[in-house]
Design a protein around this ligand. Structure first.
Ligand SMILES: NC(=O)c1ccc[n+]([C@@H]2O[C@H](COP(=O)([O-])OP(=O)(O)OC[C@H]3O[C@@H](n4cnc5c(N)ncnc54)[C@H](OP(=O)(O)O)[C@@H]3O)[C@@H](O)[C@H]2O)c1
Length: 295
């Protein structure tokens, strides 16, 4: 059997594809002949990524769309622009994430939601919902991104009473909760979207090398720690291969609601992440925050 399905002309949307793993995944999908939509909040690096990828892969179907995943208005604008220009989507990768662990206190977005949770969890939920018609037409594969770091927090739960840092705040906790929430969203959405022919699976990303200059704004000590961590990290190119596996492998045509590691194996997440009561509670809570009633 072929390693990948024929991706020629398939429409692949990747958020945060101006840098890091997302950019490498955009490159690899463009190499396979897909039409690649690079979503970035940064016009400069987003358009530069389009130029580089088009030039190196000789694929002229690479496009820039502006979107800031932390703001609901920006996500709505992004979705409207995609809907205006495309008839279907075959792959949607929710790669963008905020992991600024140098934040000392909770910062709220203009929607009054803590920034990390808004960007890493609510953003993907809202974007998926707004693009549902196109995803259904493309019998799409939706891919969410969690983190191997969650293994260090096996007892982590969604702290519904403190998601905006009402009682206490730790950016690390906010980040891992947002990734746990993405996993729980994946399990719920897999059930909900089954009748539409849309699959959704999650990837557990281990430590991956960051692009040069990504850490300029963080304190010196943190930069030093990252330098050590880099030695034990895989390359973004290698990690992107798993993104492409989930996007294009013929083995996964009907696989949904699963969690994959960087070796493309199906793995389990924490016991809590499968708790149906909590999954349903998070689903309702998230839908309320983004004012979505229908899936
Ligand atoms: N690297 C690791 O060790 C590691 C470990 C576990 C999980 N992960 C996950 O892997 C994914 C990719 O990370 P990476 O390693 O490639 O890091 P990265 O190079 O920092 O990429 C993160 C991307 O997300 C974008 N982004 C952040 N906030 C955004 C917002 N509000 N709106 C739109 N885009 C936004 C960034 O855009 P800007 O350029 O504008 O900032 C960037 O393109 C993330 O989901 C991350 O949580 C990474």
């Amino acid at each position: 059997m072929e390693k990948y399905l024929d991706m020629q002309g398939k429409v692949c949307v990747i958020t945060g594809a101006n840098a890091g793993i997302g950019k490498r995944a955009a490159f690899q999908l463009a190499q396979l002949g897909a039409k690649v939509i690079i979503v970035s909040r940064n016009e400069g690096s987003g358009k530069k990524a389009v130029e580089e990828i088009s030039k190196e892969t000789k694929n002229n179907h690479v496009y820039f769309f502006k979107g800031d995943l932390s703001y609901q208005a920006s996500i709505k604008n992004l979705a409207n622009e995609i809907i205006a220009q495309w008839n279907e989507i075959n792959v949607l990768i929710h790669n963008a994430a905020n992991f600024d662990l140098s934040m000392k206190q909770a910062s709220l977005t203009e929607d009054r939601v803590e920034t990390i949770f808004a960007t890493n969890h609510l953003g993907p939920v809202l974007l998926t919902n707004l693009l549902l018609d196109l995803l259904e037409k493309g019998k799409a594969r939706v891919i969410t991104i969690a983190s191997k770091g969650l293994l260090a927090y096996p007892l982590m739960r969604i702290d519904f009473n403190n998601l905006n840092g009402e009682q206490s705040y730790s950016p690390t906790k906010a980040y891992y909760q947002s990734k746990l929430a993405q996993l729980m969203f994946t399990y719920k959405a897999a059930e909900v979207l089954k009748t539409k022919g849309i699959t959704i699976n999650a990837i557990r990303v281990p430590s991956v090398q960051l692009d040069e200059g990504r850490l300029e704004h963080v304190p010196a000590l943190m930069r030093k720690l990252y330098k050590v961590k880099r030695k034990f990290s895989i390359t973004p190119e290698k990690m992107a291969e798993t993104y492409v596996y989930l996007a294009a492998s013929p083995d996964l045509q009907h696989v949904t609601g699963k969690y994959f590691n960087e070796d493309n194996e199906i793995i389990s997440s924490s016991k809590y992440s499968y708790n149906q009561v909590e999954i349903d509670r998070l689903w309702e809570y998230s839908n309320e925050l983004i004012q979505v009633e229908q899936w």
